[in-house]
Design a protein around this ligand. Structure first.
Ligand code: GDP
Ligand code: MG
Length: 155
């Protein structure tokens, strides 16, 4: 069984996607950035019938408090160390931010397969999300909606 970890800055929609992939709302979903400080782990069966282990890492804010950032990076590194690959989650409606670019650079150091999921695709502002997200330089990019389930099977 393979393990995948959801990585992304705070508030991009990781927990919503995690819950969508699990089919049940087990992870913490909140509006406040940085609410999730440890990773959640679930065994899931995807809509396509794949069994996998899914990890929801805490949102990483490279501009945040240095101690908190170090703590979050440690959790994310631990989760990534256990994973066969990562889903880099970006906010398709907000567009690519300098933090996303920094996170992509950090993620590349681990040499694990990465799929970029540009979520919030149900919002009008997300109409160029896939094109924007390709700027991060990973070949696999998919525009999804964690909230409404759009393109989840493709992901
Ligand atoms: P996390 O911090 O990355 O885990 O992000 P959350 O999953 O907690 O979501 C942060 C905010 O974005 C919440 O207010 C969610 O309701 C909202 N959100 C997440 N996914 C979507 C989506 O696909 N579409 C829309 N419209 N909002 C979303
Ligand atoms: Mg979360």
């Amino acid at each position: 069984m393979q393990t995948f970890v959801l990585i992304g800055r705070p508030n991009v929609g990781k927990s919503t996607l995690f819950n969508r992939l699990c089919g049940k709302r087990l992870a913490l979903v909140a509006d406040a950035p940085g609410t999730t400080r440890d990773y959640k782990e679930r065994l899931i069966e995807t809509p396509g019938g794949l069994h996998m282990r899914l990890l929801d890492a805490p949102g990483i804010d490279f501009q945040g408090d240095a101690l908190l950032r170090a703590e979050l990076l440690k959790v994310a590194e631990k989760a990534l160390g256990m994973a066969d690959g990562a889903v880099l989650v970006v906010d398709g409606a907000a567009g690519i931010t300098p933090l996303d670019i920094e996170l992509a650079r950090w993620l590349r150091r681990f040499s694990k397969p990465v799929i970029v999921a540009a979520t919030k695709g149900d919002l009008k502002a997300a109409k160029n999300a896939e094109e924007e997200a390709s700027r991060l330089g990973f070949p696999s990019v998919v525009a999804i909606s964690g909230r409404e389930g759009g393109n989840i099977n493709e992901l």
